[in-house]
Write a new protein. Structure first.
Length: 283
């Protein structure tokens, strides 16, 4: 694991650091009242990799947006009696927060271990499974959309009812005639996504539907939809780990990031104590 050499530069956080340098004889692009947009400021903010045409478009949009923003600010000042010192304090706080955030992100990028083992995921899920409650119904199923004029659908119907014993006949028929299929019978999927293009999407109580059906066949004027359901999980139940393993992994990594932020803060503070970089006065 890499570590940054921690050094406090107290003058960095002085107000002067955040003030733009004044340049002589600036070329002015636009003004609103006393506010001035200089050509050098616009150039600094224009991406360097733009073509001449795109650069011109960017500049035009930026100038127009800047003018609108300044007009809004001036109107706001006329309507509301702002405390300028308080606003400046908040602006500085925000700028400092951006600086600290960038510093933290750099530290995290250098030190984060983003490898998460299956055992870690399983352990965390076992300890915190109550945090992973389903907000949608899930199912393990197979699904086929067959044109109404397809031949010998009775053979296909027999195969899907016998699945997986008659899987060869099922796949052979589907490969020729089906316009849409879902055959990953071992995967948990959002049930509404399976039903999306079928008349079954109108079923009001999907939970009762899942409880009562293992095989469903429904038609409209163009297609017949075949659905075989092997297992299901309902809204409010704990999600199956295989469905949310990536989500659990993200939670673990996020916790590592938080720990690294705390580590960075602690290391900086301890270094400052060691080097007498600050004093606290009794008043």
């Amino acid at each position: 694991m890499k570590y940054y050499h921690i050094m406090l530069v107290l003058s960095l956080f002085g107000c002067e650091y955040l003030q733009p340098k004044q340049e002589e004889e600036e070329t002015v692009v636009a003004t609103v009242g006393d506010e001035v947009l200089s050509e050098s400021s616009l150039s600094e903010l224009t991406p360097a990799d733009l073509s001449q045409e795109d650069s011109a478009k960017f500049s035009e949009k930026f100038v127009n947006d800047w003018i609108k923003k300044q007009l809004m600010i001036q109107q706001a000042k006329e309507v509301i009696d702002f405390n300028e010192a308080e606003i400046q304090s908040k602006v500085l706080d925000y700028q400092y927060a951006l600086m600290v955030h960038a510093f933290e992100q750099k530290y995290i990028e250098a030190n984060l271990d983003d490898e998460v083992s299956a055992e870690e995921i399983e352990t965390y899920f076992g300890e915190k499974s109550e945090n992973f409650i389903l907000r949608q119904n899930l199912a393990k199923c197979i699904y086929f959309k067959i044109p109404s004029q397809a031949p010998q659908t009775w053979r296909f119907r027999r195969s899907i009812k016998k699945y997986p014993e008659d899987s060869i006949g099922l796949w052979e028929y589907a490969n020729v005639h089906a316009t849409k299929v879902f055959t990953e019978d071992s995967l948990w999927v959002k049930f509404d996504e399976i039903l999306l293009e079928t008349p079954l999407i109108e079923v009001s109580d999907k939970a009762q539907f899942l409880k009562r059906n293992t095989y469903v066949e429904v038609s409209d004027d163009k297609f017949t939809y075949f659905l075989r359901i092997f297992d299901y999980k309902l809204v409010g139940e704990i999600a199956p780990l295989e469905f949310i393993s990536e989500q659990v992994k993200d939670v673990i990594i996020n916790k590592r990031k938080i720990a690294l932020k705390r580590e960075l803060e602690k290391n900086i503070y301890n270094e400052a104590v060691r080097s007498n970089a600050f004093e606290i006065y009794d008043n």
